[in-house]
Design a binder for this molecule. Structure first.
Ligand code: NAP
Length: 481
């Protein structure tokens, strides 16, 4: 079930949110702590107006809510609500309101016994879940906040151990926890919460990491995920800005493939691989900053990886992790759509990271010589030596006027730092082709400045799409629909 957490300050505003999202949700959680006054509308009227299964929650500040008043007042309000017979009432592990429990039991209201930890995933997580489920008939709910790959792994490990508890809600908050919200059915949770928000606007979010009902249903198709659904994803840090889930999930849907593609923020590759084995992940995209480091974890490398030392695609094949690079074609195809090769005389690549390696390999594959401009001399020189390019420090941007193809491959200017550019003050010229491989935002400051000077510009979205299509075909062995 998909449960929309209602975060507005009045019942009327919450009803509008329900109306907007009704086709995506199965139930709502009415957060009394978010209302200006939970008794402004009498609870029986609230129930008849909401008219879909409802959880009543009155969350204290300490547990991630807004309520800061006395316990007596909270108890009195909850008692009034419990008399109405809503479907569920959420009471925290350390909340002891026997009269409310009694009324709820008489009314057929199910008690969700909840625990929240915003500091991480506690060592005794399993025993907390066991405590939460100690009273028969109550539904344990544990919401913890993983801050690393190993903490996310701990959640999935513990979920395996508490399989015997039938009705339960276990979830990870925040960026690291997103996969647990999307895979809630596979994990045996009875519901997953979402908010009337989008991921980048967390102010309306019921808890860190909640996505909108539309994203849950249309993008991740969470209710269609079963034990046999194949899991794919993208790893990186940062990674939550990624547009790749749109490229892959939409294509699975159109091609009738039972699969889901999820962003996984990663701070340690070894921990991610443990998770990938546990979840039987079948393949994943790799982004900043892991394209080089990932190679040490591969069992099989496609030959092109030896020359470019950068991997953006990993597929599980016959028990091994096999690495590929789809950035090379992803970069080249859009360039050749916009420009005749013979027009390109001198190419400059700004940056010396994983993406730069693929770009250089692509340019060299069509016979072009490349100069690298980079911030750190060490990385720039190292890549220049490895790839047989010339190298200049980024401070020598005055030299760039001699190049008629400039490719920007650093992460400077990427969301949320959209006001930045690696070449402040540089005057592009109309006979230059300027290619920025960043795709969020679609038009970076770098690209806008080139466009204003009359240069031919190419943005990173075309590359993203082209490399994503190749990646989809490697993952699924199915043509991109
Ligand atoms: P990476 O391996 O981490 O490399 C980052 C590069 O950016 C390095 O050269 C680094 O220079 C440079 N850099 C970082 N901060 C800088 C700053 N403040 N000033 C100057 N240079 C700076 O990352 P990557 O995998 O190559 O990815 C880079 C970008 O390409 C990302 O924005 C990514 O989203 C984008 N990308 C897009 C596509 C697509 O399909 N459109 C595909 C791949 C990548 P140092 O060597 O000095 O640290």
């Amino acid at each position: 079930m998909i449960c929309l957490t209602l975060m507005e300050s009045s019942i009327e505003a919450n009803l509008k949110v329900i109306k907007k999202n009704r086709s995506f949700i199965d139930m709502v959680e009415l957060r009394l702590d978010m209302l200006n006054d939970p008794l402004l509308v009498t609870p029986d009227k609230v129930k008849s107006k909401i008219s879909i299964p409802t959880i009543i929650t009155y969350r204290k500040k300490r547990d991630g809510g807004k309520y800061e008043g006395s316990d007596d007042r909270r108890r009195a309000v909850l008692q009034i609500y419990s008399k109405i017979g809503f479907d569920y009432i959420d009471l925290e592990l350390d909340t002891f309101y026997p009269e409310i429990e009694k009324i709820s039991n008489e009314n057929g209201t199910k008690i969700i016994r909840s625990y929240h930890d915003f500091s991480g995933v506690p060592d005794n997580f399993e025993s907390i879940i066991r405590q939460l489920s100690a009273k028969s008939g109550e539904i344990p709910k544990a919401a913890v906040y993983p801050k690393s790959s190993s903490e996310l792994l701990k959640i999935f490990d513990v979920i395996k151990e508490v399989k015997d508890i039938k009705d339960k809600i276990i979830l990870g908050m925040g960026d690291f926890g997103l996969s647990s919200r999307i895979l809630y059915k596979k994990l045996g949770s009875m519901l997953s919460y979402c908010s009337n928000t989008n991921y980048s606007n967390s102010t309306r979010s019921g808890a860190p990491g909640q996505v909108s009902p539309r994203e849950m249903v249309n993008l991740y198709r969470v209710n269609k995920i079963t034990n046999s659904t194949s899991i794919y994803g993208i790893i990186g840090n940062p990674v939550m800005h990624t547009r790749s889930p749109e490229i892959h999930n939409e294509a699975y849907s159109r091609a009738g493939i039972d699969a889901v593609y999820i962003p996984f923020p990663v701070d340690r590759l070894d921990m991610f691989f443990k998770l990938a084995n546990l979840l039987k992940i079948k393949g994943f995209s790799v982004t900043v900053p892991y394209k080089v480091e990932i190679i040490d974890f591969l069992g099989i490398k496609n030959p092109e990886l030896d020359s470019i030392n950068s991997c953006n695609t990993v597929v599980r094949e016959g028990g091994y992790w096999k690495g590929f690079n789809t950035d090379i074609n992803g970069f080249l195809k859009p360039l050749l759509l916009h420009v005749e090769i013979s027009f390109i005389k001198k190419c400059a690549v700004i940056g010396a990271g994983g993406a730069a390696r693929a770009v250089i390999s692509a340019l060299q594959s069509i016979g072009l010589e490349v100069s690298i401009f980079n911030r750190s001399h060490e990385n720039g020189l190292k890549l220049a030596l490895e790839t047989d390019c010339s190298y200049y420090p980024l401070e020598r941007q005055d030299l760039l006027i001699n190049y008629n193809l400039i490719v920007q491959t650093t992460s400077v200017g990427m969301f949320p730092h959209v006001d930045e550019t690696p070449l402040p003050g540089f005057k592009f010229s109309p006979d230059q082709i300027v290619y920025d491989i960043i795709y969020t935002p679609i038009k970076t400051r770098f690209l806008k400045e080139a466009e204003e000077r009359g240069s031919v510009t190419i943005g990173g979205m075309e590359m993203l799409m082209t490399q994503g299509i190749e990646q989809f075909e490697l993952f699924t062995k199915h043509p991109y629909p």
